[in-house]
Design a protein around this ligand. Structure first.
Ligand code: SF4
Length: 61
C-alpha cells in the first residue's frame, strides 16, 4: 500500500502521526509520508485514513 497525503486538505491535526508514526510526520503544519513501506506490515495507514478529519489521506493499493 502507498499512502498519499493531499497537502491542500491537510490541517496538520497530527492524528495520522499519532496512529502511524513510522509512516506520517507532521512538518510545518502538513503531514508528510516519510516511509510509505512501513505500512505494509501494520496496516496502520488504513486507521490513519479513517481518522483523518478532512479525508486528506488516500491509499493506493
Ligand atoms: S490526520 Fe489528516 S489532517 Fe491530520 S495531520 Fe494527518 S493528513 Fe493532516
Amino acid at each position: 500500500m502507498k499512502p498519499v497525503v493531499d497537502e491542500e486538505l491537510c490541517i496538520g491535526c497530527g492524528n495520522c502521526m499519532e496512529i502511524c508514526p513510522a509512516v506520517f510526520q507532521v512538518v510545518d503544519g502538513k503531514s508528510k509520508v516519510i516511509d510509505p513501506d512501513a505500512c505494509d506490515y501494520a496496516m496502520c495507514c488504513e486507521a490513519a485514513e479513517e481518522n483523518c478529519p478532512v479525508k486528506a489521506i488516500s491509499i493506493a493499493k
